[in-house]
Design a protein around this ligand. Sequence first.
Ligand code: ADP
Length: 120
Amino acid sequence: MASFYLQGPAIFRSISVSASSNGVPSSTQQGGPVFLELPLDKIRRPLMRTRANDPQKVQELMDSIKEIGLQVPIDVLEVDGVFYGFSGCHRYEAHQRLGLPTIRCKVRRGTKETLRHHLR
Ligand code: ADP
């Protein structure tokens, strides 16, 4: 399987990313988070219907992201190759409304137990 390294600023550790069957890279972590640009539709948001965003915040973020781009990636949990987002809701919606196909994510690996904990 082909693998390559992403280079970035010092805070973004070099990561190994390999191709996966659904076309989204799967992070092979050695401890810390990895930074990936993920398609919005590959991030499951189980709590989306239970938490409403502040429309004014979203609009302000849209204006800012259009101007200077996303400055802080959203946190994403990866469990068995599936990506879950529980926070970063306003940034996610701002990307959706701007029609951006991908969003920069800070991805941590977790277990099913971690996932259950988030869903509690
Ligand atoms: P969210 O639900 O996305 O966390 P918040 O309004 O609580 O929304 O926080 C917005 C976050 O977006 C802040 O942490 C801020 O640092 C971050 N951010 C990233 N990129 C930008 C940007 N271009 N302009 C303003 N805030 C940004």
